[in-house]
Write a new protein. Structure first.
Length: 395
């Protein structure tokens, strides 16, 4: 089937011209944080964001009759709408204790209308002092958490499953990195040691399993998943360079099959910022995690345990330039999986490829306009291309 890339690129180029013109005529306002401090030193802070995207996409062979399907949707992006409440107690004995609670809302749901999902991604106790900090509760994991902060999909849309995909989109999950996910966990973070930092986490284990496995009684995960990440940042006159590396390990016991296996992974990455230019690269390899980039993803097979034999690779590169309130960028990434049977058929190898071009225009300190054009291909998901316009209120 032919794909409508030329039209999408013309629309993207037109949008760039419009955004550049707008950026020349807009003055910036001062950002404000909603906060309140009591007489006895307690502080309550409220922050959040409302991102909304207008998505035009064309999906190859997606209709029941085998033809392409074009769709126009108003939807959430990789990060849904959210409001975060942070309560901080007065410092005592050199220790500061905070509580963070976040509520998230997705614009679209499985039935499209009036079905957006409410959820709580973060419920965290943070204990901080000269020793570093502890995160105790629910929040983002450790492995690949720095890689997830790419400029394009981090504030945009990135990969999505189809015209009516529910909830948040996937960013570069499965097309550049493994998702750190929001799970109950305990994480220790060292203080800043001259630019060096280390995070070590014990994460609630995920229970892999397909449709033919009883996840509760047949899969045993007696120990938490271990995740760690080290990073080092050093600055120079024109900018900074950040380097990181990490890994994960989880043990899985399959009772009915009388065997066990390990979920493992390692990653490296770098992020350079210099004189308005930004360049990011990330690479990882995993076992027990495939090209969908989700830990514990259950893929059907006769035993329901196809993910035990997965070997995965994730990588992406991204470049940006900041003109001063107007950012342009492009990125390319892949998620590769070997040796697994999945619901879409049997593949010796599946490769997800995502190409993105994007812009960010800071209208005020609280309002950002966005544009995104992308081309996605895969053996396990319908190929598509998309042109996206977005706006985000940040407070």
């Amino acid at each position: 089937m032919s794909r409508s890339l030329p039209k999408l690129y013309r629309r993207f180029a037109y949008t760039l011209v419009v955004l550049v013109a707008l950026s020349l005529s807009i003055q910036h306002a001062n950002a404000q944080l909603v906060s309140y401090e009591s007489d006895d030193g307690w502080n309550l802070g409220v922050t959040g964001a409302i991102p909304v995207f207008f998505n035009l996409s064309n999906h190859d062979d997606f209709r029941a009759d085998g033809n392409d399907q074009f769709s126009t949707r108003v939807m959430s992006g990789f990060n849904p709408g959210n409001v975060t409440f942070t309560v901080t107690a007065p410092e005592q004995n050199g220790v500061t204790v905070s509580g963070v609670f976040q509520i998230n809302h997705h614009l679209q749901g499985a039935s499209i209308q009036n079905d957006g999902l409410f959820e709580g991604r973060v419920a965290d106790i943070i204990v901080a002092g000269d020793f570093g900090s502890l995160n105790i509760g629910k929040g983002l994991g450790v492995f690949q958490s720095i890689s997830i902060a790419d400029a394009g999909s981090g504030m945009g849309v990135g990969r999505f499953a189809g015209p009516d995909a529910a909830d948040a989109t996937l960013g570069r999950i499965g097309a550049g990195y493994t998702y750190a996910n929001f799970n109950p966990r305990v994480i220790y973070n060292t203080p800043d040691l001259g630019g060096f930092g280390l995070s070590i986490g014990l994460i609630n284990p995920e229970k892999p399993g397909g449709g033919n496995v009883n996840r509760i009684t047949d899969i045993e995960t007696p120990a938490p998943r271990f995740e760690a990440q080290a990073d080092y940042t050093f600055g120079f006159d024109a900018g900074s360079l950040r380097l990181w590396a990490g890994g994960l390990y989880q043990y899985v016991d399959v009772v009915s099959e009388n065997f066990s296996y390990d979920i493992t992974g390692w990653d490296v990455g770098a992020r350079l910022n210099a004189a308005g230019f930004g360049l990011t690269g990330s690479y990882s390899e995993t076992s027990g995690i495939g090209s969908d980039g989700l830990i514990g993803l259950g893929l059907d097979s006769p035993s329901g345990l196809a993910q035990a034999d997965m070997d995965g690779q994730q990588w992406y590169v991204e470049g940006t330039y900041d003109f001063g309130g107007f950012i342009v960028g492009a990125s390319y990434g892949e998620g590769i999986q070997d040796g697994v049977t999945n619901p879409f058929g049997t593949f010796s190898r599946n490769t997800n490829q995502l190409i993105m071009g994007f812009t960010r225009l800071t209208v005020t300190d609280n309002l950002t306009f966005m544009a995104e054009v992308q081309d996605f291909s895969s053996q396990a998901q319908a190929d598509y291309n998309a042109f996206i316009l977005g706006a985000q209120l940040t407070f």
